[in-house]
Design a protein around this ligand. Structure first.
Ligand code: 13P
Length: 304
């Protein structure tokens, strides 16, 4: 029996004993995705966390995602197998900075991308993910200014989709910004029949070359439902696992092999086993902060 199989056997025994559910993001390592009870995008993971009856949630993703689960399920034990899995984009906005911006635009609504800390969500009126950012912004009266952060690329995309001008925070995802327009053009030359699907965290010039701009789960849906046989994919490389597994007859070409998010790859089978053994590492959000952040997340969930 291979080491992985032994680990999986031990994880399976322990997850039952602990009444645990394993949630994994679409960017996780293939072997982590394969043992998860649910694999999805940020929105799907938040919805799963909100609905689960399990006592323990082992969250295989990055810190803000586990925090979102902890905010939505204060009575569950939310664990991260490796709590060092952070998000550089989420770290690009500070509470002090956001409060300053709010004082400059006191009448503005604050719409915060889910890739942000609980403390930032607590300062926000609405949360959004890449799959519902346009909908959330459209739900806000047209005459109300909107502070949108921390992702300026997603914000710019929302501006173009809604025709509204937003007060953009200058954050960005370093992994998605490694995809260059010339990468897409070169792949398009080599695979002229391919459809281009990219994440809205990509730069505007990359987005301009895409047939589809969407969250990870919506890219997966697009690949399943579109007749094309070849796709150029502009997002984190971990998504290839599900794309290939779900569409054996289709070909997926990653736009850039530099799109390997080191934080997303920190979680592995061994750490999941240790997490279940030791019930570690617990992700907890202080009550008052969680209450305020929950309002912003729930407003989003109600809209979607
Ligand atoms: P999705 O919500 O599309 O899964 O994206 C999450 C993310 O963090 C992208 O960098």
């Amino acid at each position: 029996m291979s080491t992985n199989q032994e680990l999986i056997q031990q994880i399976n025994q322990l997850r039952k004993k602990r009444h645990a559910v394993i949630l994994a993001h679409n960017y996780q390592r293939p072997e982590v995705q394969d043992i998860a009870d649910y694999v999805g995008d940020s929105l799907g993971l938040a919805q799963q966390a909100a609905e689960t009856a399990a006592r323990v949630i082992v969250f295989c993703g990055v810190h803000f995602m586990a925090e979102t689960a902890a905010i939505l399920c204060p009575d569950r034990l939310v664990l991260m197998p490796d709590p060092n899995a952070g998000c550089p984009l989420a770290n690009m906005i500070t509470v002090r900075g956001l409060q300053k911006k709010k004082s400059e635009y006191p009448e503005a609504a604050v719409v915060t991308y889910v890739n942000s800390s609980a403390a930032i969500k607590a300062e926000s009126d609405y949360c959004c993910t890449s799959s519902n950012a346009v909908k959330v912004v459209q739900a806000i009266p047209a005459n109300r200014p909107i502070i949108f952060g921390p992702d300026k690329s997603l914000g710019r995309y929302v501006e173009r989709q809604t025709g509204r001008s937003l007060i953009l925070w200058p954050g960005y995802c370093p992994t998605h910004h490694r995809i260059l327009a010339r990468d897409i053009k070169a792949k398009k030359q080599k695979y002229p029949e391919a459809k281009v699907a990219v994440h809205p965290e990509c730069t505007e010039d990359v987005i301009n070359l895409a047939d589809k701009v969407a969250s990870t789960s919506v890219i997966l849906k697009y690949a399943r439902e579109t007749d094309a046989k070849e796709f150029i994919i502009g997002t984190e490389i971990g998504i290839l696992h599900r794309l290939q597994k779900e569409n054996p007859g289709k070909r997926f070409i990653i736009a850039s092999r530099l799109t390997d998010c080191p934080n997303m790859k920190l979680t592995n089978l061994e750490k999941i086993l240790w997490s279940l053994e030791d019930l570690a590492y617990e992700i907890k959000v202080p009550d008052e902060m969680a209450r305020r952040a929950r309002q912003a997340i729930q407003r989003m969930l109600e809209l979607t």
